[in-house]
Unconditional design. Structure first.
Length: 281
């Protein structure tokens, strides 16, 4: 549900970085095999990775990681509507986004339909009462890639009637699972000056923390391709409690013609690198 418009006061171009658990930790969690070199048939219990809850499973034919990421969160007990939530497992089939060729990028970035280029960030959204996990299933017959764009929240603006009217959970209150972690982003608008962008692979799933501002899913790949995602979250079907969106628009300035203003309007771009080149045999 669109709840507000956030002005872009100055142009911004940021480089997308590889997605890692540590770099993404302020915004949520990355789910990936922490030790892909460890195979069940060749890894005794004494050699299992530490710190991720690794145990032998299925009569020794599997390794289970029980502490891979924080638990999913359901904060709908604090929602103003009082409508209860339910767990949802859905699928998003996300078409590859078109990238704008960049004159400053490499030939690889700008010369191929499935290479790199510039992605414009036009909208951000958050799910204030739930985590949201995206699990890619692959895409286009090659290693899937997708873009993750996130932002921290600004301090709440007490003068904004829009912000005061937005339902968000209260920091420090226990959720339905008894988790009293108060590290919630709050009701503030996204801090555009501290946007971060990450390129994820098909071997990585991502969980957005409850209330974390993020761009809608942006699959990468050749034109006409798509990436399938299984999405796990909670919802209660009250639009403003399930999803709050803000449109990013250039701050209006006077003194110039409308077309010139449009051409010079500040925008937010993410520079996306091309996919890794395959080594020749």
């Amino acid at each position: 549900m669109l709840v507000d418009t956030v002005p872009i006061r100055r142009p911004l171009t940021l480089a997308a970085e590889p997605l890692t658990p540590s770099s993404f930790a302020p915004f949520g969690a990355v789910l990936a095999n922490p030790a892909p070199e460890k195979l069940p048939h060749a890894t005794p219990a004494s050699a299992l990775p530490q710190g991720v809850g690794a145990v032998a499973a299925n009569q020794g034919t599997a390794i289970q990681y029980r502490a891979l990421a924080p638990p999913l969160r359901d904060l709908y007990a604090q929602a103003a509507s009082g409508r209860p939530s339910s767990p949802r497992t859905t699928m998003f089939v996300c078409g590859a986004r078109s990238l704008v060729p960049s004159s400053s990028s490499s030939k690889q970035d700008s010369g191929s339909s499935d290479g790199g280029g510039l992605f414009e960030v036009k909208i951000l959204e958050r799910h204030p009462f739930t985590t949201q996990t995206f699990v890619p299933l692959g895409g286009a017959g090659r290693a899937a890639r997708y873009l993750v764009v996130v932002a921290p929240s600004l301090a709440p603006d007490a003068s904004s009637a829009v912000e005061r009217g937005l339902p968000v959970p209260s920091s420090g209150d226990s959720d339905s699972d008894g988790d009293s972690d108060s590290a919630l982003p709050g009701r503030g608008m996204p801090d555009l000056g501290r946007l971060r962008a990450f390129v994820a692979t098909g071997a990585q799933a991502v969980t957005y923390g409850a209330g974390t501002w993020h761009a809608p899913m942006a699959a990468l790949g050749p034109a006409g391709s798509a990436v399938d995602f299984v999405v796990v979250q909670f919802a209660n079907d009250v639009p403003v409690e399930d999803c709050q969106e803000v449109a990013l628009e250039a701050e209006k300035r006077g003194g110039k013609g409308e077309e010139k203003q449009k051409d010079e309007a500040p925008r937010i771009w993410v520079r996306v690198p091309g996919p890794p080149k395959l080594s020749k045999l």
